[in-house]
Write a protein that binds this ligand. Structure first.
Ligand code: PHE
Length: 377
C-alpha cells in the first residue's frame, strides 16, 4: 500500500513537472539580451536592459504577443568582445531564444553578429552606430542612425552653428565606433572648408591623456572632437581643463551616461554632443515613455534606455505580424518596419537594415544635457 501511494505521488509529480515544463515553453516567448552590465561601460548595458524590461512589462500587461508572454535571458559581457560573442552563442544554443537585442558598443556587436547570422536568429542592436555592424548579414538589424550621419551632423553643427573652423580630433584606436566616427566627422568638416589641426589617439581604459592633450594644445584648435565613451571622455575633459585648454569639447552618443557628469564635473561645461534621444522632446511617445520609465526605475531614461525600449517594441511589432517566430519569418517582418513611432524618433528600416531617422544635439549645462535641436537626415 505504502509503495503504491509513493509510486502514485511520484507519477503525479512527474506529470505535473511535465505539464509545467510544456506550459512554460508554449506560453512564453524567450528573447535574449547581451551587454556590458559591469566595467567602464556598465551604464550602457544596464540602461539598455531597463529600457527593454519596461517594454516587456508593458506588452505582458497588455496580454503579450498573440496570447504569449515575453520573457528575457540576459548575459553580461563586462565590456569584452569575446564575451559578447560567447553570450550570443549561449543565447542561441543553450537558451533557444527566438531573437536577440544587443549590443550597444559597435566593437561588441561586430564580434557577436556573425554568430546570430550563422544560426539565422534575428539580432537587433539598439544603438551600435558603426556602418559595418549590419553588413554582417541579413539577420542583423539596428534601430539607430549610423555614424556617417552622426559625424556629418556634428561637423556641420561645429562649422555652421558654432562657427568653429579648426578642429583637433582625439580618438580611441581600440573602438570601431570611435575610429569610424572620427573619420566621418573629419570628412564632412574638411569638405565644408574646416581644418583638422591635430588627430591624436588613445586606447579604451587609458587614464592619462596629458601627452595627447599637450600636443594638440600647441596647434591651437577652436575645439576638440572626442568620439569616445563616457569614462574616458570625463577624464579627458578634466585633464584638458587642467592643462588650460578652455575650448569647447564636442562628441557623439558615446558620452551618454549619468556617470559622465560624476567623472567630468564642471570640466564638461560648454560641450555638445549628438544623440538618439532628448527627454525634453514634446512628442507624446517620448513623454509617455519618460513618465513610465521614471515611475518604474526612479530615474530619467538616457538614450540607451530609450533605444533599448524602441528595439524591443519594434521586435514585438514584427512578432505580431510574422507568420511564425521562425528566424526567417521574423527577419522578413522586421525588415518591413516602417514609420514606427518610438521614443528615439520615427523609425523606418532601409534596405541595409539601418534606421533612417533624426539625431538630436544636446548641450551640457550645469551637469545636465540640454536639448538644442533636432537634425533630420
Ligand atoms: N553608438 C555607440 C557605438 O556604436 C554606442 C552608444 C550608443 C553609446 C548610444 C552610448 C549611447 O559603439
Amino acid at each position: 500500500m505504502k509503495f503504491f501511494s509513493a509510486f502514485f505521488t511520484f507519477v503525479l509529480a512527474f506529470a505535473f513537472l511535465l505539464t509545467q515544463g510544456c506550459t512554460k515553453k508554449n506560453d512564453t516567448i524567450l528573447i535574449g539580451n547581451y551587454g556590458s552590465m559591469t566595467g567602464a561601460e556598465a551604464t550602457f548595458g544596464l540602461s539598455t536592459k531597463d529600457g527593454i524590461t519596461l517594454a516587456i512589462e508593458e506588452i505582458n500587461v497588455a496580454g503579450g504577443i498573440n496570447g504569449k508572454k515575453v520573457d528575457m535571458k540576459v548575459y553580461d559581457n563586462g565590456g569584452k568582445p569575446e564575451e559578447a560573442r560567447l553570450s550570443v552563442e549561449k543565447l542561441i544554443n543553450v537558451d533557444n531564444v527566438v531573437a536577440i537585442l544587443g549590443e550597444v558598443a559597435s566593437t561588441r556587436s561586430l564580434a557577436a553578429a556573425p554568430v546570430a547570422q550563422q544560426y539565422k536568429v534575428p539580432m537587433i542592436s539598439p544603438s551600435s552606430t558603426n556602418p559595418e555592424v549590419t553588413k554582417k548579414g541579413d539577420y542583423i538589424f539596428r534601430v539607430c542612425f549610423i555614424d556617417p550621419f552622426q559625424g556629418m551632423v556634428m561637423a556641420k553643427f561645429a562649422f555652421n552653428s558654432l562657427n568653429l573652423k579648426k578642429a583637433a580630433v582625439l580618438r580611441d584606436s581600440k573602438s570601431d565606433y570611435s575610429m569610424g566616427l572620427a573619420d566621418y566627422f573629419t570628412k564632412t568638416f574638411t569638405e565644408l572648408g574646416g581644418t583638422i589641426v591635430a588627430d591624436e589617439k588613445y586606447q579604451s581604459a587609458d587614464v592619462d591623456f596629458k601627452a595627447q592633450l599637450t600636443s594638440l594644445k600647441t596647434k591651437a584648435p577652436d575645439f576638440i572632437f572626442i568620439p569616445g565613451y563616457y569614462t574616458e571622455v570625463g577624464l579627458i575633459a578634466r585633464q584638458a581643463r587642467d592643462l588650460g585648454l578652455t575650448v569647447p569639447l564636442l562628441g557623439g552618443d558615446g558620452w551618454d551616461s549619468p556617470k559622465l557628469f560624476e567623472i567630468g564635473g564642471d570640466a564638461l561645461t560648454n560641450s555638445y554632443i549628438s544623440n538618439h534621444f532628448a527627454a525634453e522632446d514634446p512628442r507624446p511617445e517620448v513623454q509617455k515613455f519618460v513618465t513610465s520609465f521614471k515611475a518604474r526605475f526612479g530615474v530619467e531614461p538616457d538614450g540607451l534606455a530609450s533605444a533599448g525600449y524602441d528595439a524591443a517594441n519594434i521586435l514585438f511589432e514584427a512578432m505580431k505580424k510574422a507568420k511564425s517566430l521562425e528566424g526567417s519569418e521574423l527577419r522578413t517582418a522586421l525588415a518591413q518596419t516602417k514609420d514606427f513611432k518610438g521614443a528615439t524618433g520615427v523609425i523606418s528600416l532601409d534596405e541595409n537594415r539601418d534606421a533612417v531617422k533624426s539625431a538630436v544635439i544636446l548641450k551640457i549645462e550645469s551637469g545636465k544635457f540640454k536639448y538644442v535641436e533636432t537634425v533630420n537626415p
